[in-house]
Unconditional design. Structure first.
Length: 277
């Protein structure tokens, strides 16, 4: 596999969490081609180390919710690769979950733990080793601006990540560190396959909702992330139209309930599926 010399990311140390699959894996493969020195983190040790071996990357099996383990991982990457130039806090989970259900509290707690506390642990662990001129990219979602039913834990967590990133950006003034927040629509990954359930499809078939949250291909998102890292962009989006939906989020949210109408049949289906699991 050829590596592009002279690329802006050539020899840059890039940490990616959630690197064993989906966005993280695709980004790791692309940045490897650009000559980046990769430091990969994921809970899935088999997939992670297979990828690391293939790309010649450093890797550690870590759950991002474990602050101590994240600190150990970043210290290891510092020792093996030197200071960190880019951090992509990508690790996240999503599950379909009606608010009024027996398992919603558990889903909410776990999703916030991974998506929000995991992001915080990543930032805190990396900070001692981040070089001047570095860049941190946090993974939010279009769901931070427009909230559809069945996705309360995910919606809440991604809104929190956006708020976290906006706050971190201000607090990094004067440190020589830039902070970006990434917002994606549904990208075609294994995680978004969960949004293809019978209940979710029932809801997305209602009037205009499918236009807000339709599945988009992954490669353009990876290109957008690469460009965002190079430019140290404040906001990274994919597909392109997400950039225009974000500021319209509050306005569009006013129409979600009327467009959805009575979704109780879908909620019944979702609760039944939870019991079956």
């Amino acid at each position: 596999m050829s590596v592009k010399k002279g690329h802006p990311l050539d020899s840059k140390v890039v940490v990616i969490t959630g690197a064993a699959d989906g966005i993280g894996e695709a980004l790791a493969r692309q940045l490897h081609k650009r000559g980046a020195k990769l430091a990969l983190i994921d809970r899935d040790s088999t997939r992670l180390f297979d990828l690391a071996d293939e790309l010649g990357a450093e890797a550690m099996t870590v759950d991002v919710t474990n602050a101590q383990s994240m600190r150990i991982a970043m210290e290891y990457f510092q020792d093996s690769l030197g200071g960190i130039d880019v951090v992509v806090a990508n690790a996240g989970i999503a599950d379909e979950c009606p608010i009024i259900s027996d398992r919603s509290t558990d889903f909410l707690r776990r999703t916030l733990e991974v998506n929000v506390i995991g992001t915080h642990n990543t930032v805190m662990a990396a900070m001692p080793y981040i070089r001047q001129g570095s860049y941190i990219l946090l993974t939010s979602s279009l769901a931070a601006a427009i909230q559809l039913p069945l996705m309360m834990p995910y919606n809440a967590s991604k809104a929190a990540v956006e708020a976290y990133g906006n706050t971190l950006r201000v607090e990094c003034n004067g440190l020589g560190i830039k902070v970006g927040v990434a917002h994606y629509a549904q990208l075609k990954t294994k995680m978004t396959e969960k949004f293809g359930s019978e209940a979710a499809q029932w809801i997305l078939s209602r009037r205009m909702l499918h236009l807000i949250h339709r599945v988009a291909p992954l490669p353009p998102a990876i290109d957008a992330i690469e460009k965002g890292i190079i430019k140290q962009s404040r906001v990274v989006v994919s597909p392109w139209y997400v950039r225009y939906l974000l500021p319209l989020g509050r306005l569009l949210q006013l129409f979600v309930a009327p467009w959805a109408g009575n979704i109780q049949p879908a909620l019944v289906i979702s609760r039944r599926n939870q019991i079956a699991k």
